[in-house]
Design a protein around this ligand. Structure first.
Ligand SMILES: CC(C)(COP(=O)(O)OP(=O)(O)OC[C@H]1O[C@@H](n2cnc3c(N)ncnc32)[C@H](O)[C@@H]1OP(=O)(O)O)[C@@H](O)C(=O)NCCC(=O)NCCS
Length: 171
C-alpha cells in the first residue's frame, strides 16, 4: 500500500535509505553508499509538508519512500529509495506513479529528477519509465542549483543526468 509518510515513519525511512544505498558498493561507489541518510528533521519537513509517500508492508511498516518538491513548476523527485529486501517489486515505479498524481493535482507540468547516468537502476531505469535527459541549456534555474549542490557534495565524480517526464507522457 502507498500512503503519505508520518513522523512515526522517519526512523524506518532512514534505514531504507541506508539499505538502498548499499547497492552502490557493487559498482565501487562506496562514497554514495556511505553518505548518511537524511536527518530526521529534514525528513520531518517533507512529511509535515505532505511531500513524502511510503510503500508499506502488510504491517503498515514503510519499505520504500519518495520525497517530492516543486521546482520551477515541475514536480521534482528529490529521492526515491527502496529497501534492498523489497527491491525489484515495482515499488519504485508505484511511488513514481503516486508522485505523478500529486504533480497533476498540484497543476505541475511533470516530473524531474537528477541521477547517475550510467548506474543501471538510475538513468537507464528512468529511461524505461519514460523519462528523457534534459540538455544543460534547458535546465531551469532551480535544476541548475540542484546540480550545483550535488556537485559540491561530490556526486559529480560519476556522470550525472537531469531527466524529465511531462505529465502527458506518464504511463
Ligand atoms: C532505483 C530504485 C528506487 C528502484 O526501485 P525498485 O522498486 O527496485 O524498482 P522497480 O521494481 O520499480 O523496477 C525494477 C527495475 O529497476 C532496475 N533495477 C533495480 N535494481 C537493479 C539492480 N540492482 N541492477 C540492475 N537493474 C536494477 C531493473 O530494470 C528492474 O527491473 P527488473 O526487476 O525487471 O530487472 C531502487 O532500486 C533503489 O532504491 N535504489 C537505490 C537508491 C537509488 O538509486 N535511488 C534513486 C537515485 S535517483
Amino acid at each position: 500500500m502507498i500512503r503519505k509518510a508520518h513522523r512515526e515513519d522517519l526512523t524506518r525511512m532512514q534505514a531504507i535509505e541506508v539499505s538502498a544505498g548499499d547497492a552502490f558498493r557493487g559498482l565501487g561507489m562506496d562514497y554514495v553508499a556511505d553518505d548518511p541518510p537524511l536527518s530526521s528533521d529534514a525528513l520531518a519537513a517533507y512529511a509535515d509538508g505532505g511531500l513524502a509517500w511510503v510503500a508499506t508492508d502488510s504491517f503498515d511498516r514503510p519499505v520504500a519512500y519518495i520525497l517530492m518538491r516543486e521546482v520551477d513548476g515541475w514536480a521534482h523527485i528529490e529521492q526515491v529509495s527502496v529497501h534492498s529486501l523489497h527491491a525489484r517489486q515495482r515499488l519504485g515505479q508505484a511511488l513514481i506513479v503516486e508522485a505523478g498524481r500529486w504533480a497533476a493535482d498540484a497543476g505541475l507540468q511533470g516530473l524531474t529528477l537528477t541521477t547517475f547516468a550510467a548506474v543501471p537502476w538510475n538513468g537507464p531505469y528512468y529511461s524505461r519509465l519514460g523519462f528523457e535527459p534534459v540538455p544543460e541549456d534547458r535546465w531551469s534555474a532551480g535544476l541548475r542549483e540542484i546540480v550545483a549542490e550535488e556537485a559540491a557534495h561530490g556526486l559529480d565524480a560519476w556522470p550525472r543526468v537531469v531527466m524529465k517526464r511531462p505529465l502527458s507522457a506518464a504511463n
